[in-house]
Design a protein around this ligand. Sequence first.
Ligand code: AMP
Ligand code: MN
Ligand code: MN
Length: 326
Amino acid sequence: MDQIIHHLKNSNNVLLASHINPDGDAIASLLSMGILLDTLNKQTTVYNQSPIPSRHRFLPSVQRIVQNVNSGNYYDTAIILDCGDLQRIGKAAVTVNRIPVVINIDHHITNTRFGDFQLIDTSACATVEIIYRLFKKMDVPINLSAATSIYTGILTDTGSFRFSNTNRAAFEICAEMAALGVDPYYAAKHIYGTYSLGQLKLINLAIESIEISQNGKLSLMTLTQSMLYETGTLPEDINGLISYIKNIENIKLAVLIQEQMDGKEKSTQPQRGQRFHVSLRSDETVDVAAIAASFGGGGHPRAAGFSIESKVVDLKKRIFSLAETL
Ligand code: AMP
Ligand code: MN
Ligand code: MN
């Protein structure tokens, strides 16, 4: 950490990036780290390839997140947040490879230790827990904007203090952020408060898609682009649906297959692609980080994922064959 702090103090132009399809922690890490660098009077580009889901747009200074970066030689430092490997940031990985110093701040067990400096703590409940420690170590005051992001990163990555990564620090840091003025009700209202009728209809389709393995230990949910089209919802609306199949009694491994858009970023027509994002969740007996890694992805022991090109029937077959090992 000391080396990283030393380097941060000497940097001038910094690129901050986190993983595509960002969750609360990926967004909150960008924003809180951005504030820390503002305090040090650094120039920053705060980047994420994907649009920011609406439930996270209440976060202070969220509008500073951009979807484009300058050329690699513009920056002296890149800080990659909440990413197990560099490719997780998406297209800008090419740019980052040209930046002289790359700092990797993360909490994924599958982290490949890319970059020149690493600040990896797999026991941290969220990447913002590590950033909180940076604030403390550097004696930078946590303003209300930074506190709101740190609180939200922990709230979302721990599934509101329910997931197995919920540690003592989660409560201690969130209590401190509340003391600094964060309103837990305000944050919860934005993140969990409301849903559209389309989102409710998507839940209905998602529940209809559920399949259970013969031994009753594996649950599978499949979401297609046409389901999103039919209900007028966005990929971000899929977030959280996996909990329904994870919490079915006796389930040890829950799998959500999500059909990806074929090529184009946006389309008004339903698309049929052969590319899927697969989310994995488990109880304490199954290490899904290892399963995801065997498919070229990564994550945490109880929550992991991967992307794959395959026919859906073949993918389902491979997934159901996992049930026999449970
Ligand atoms: P998700 O299923 O997308 O909610 O992701 C669960 C966890 O797995 C998160 O911590 C992700 O960062 C991680 N993860 C998801 N997809 C990938 C991937 N393709 N490669 C590496 N890690 C992933
Ligand atoms: Mn994340
Ligand atoms: Mn995280």
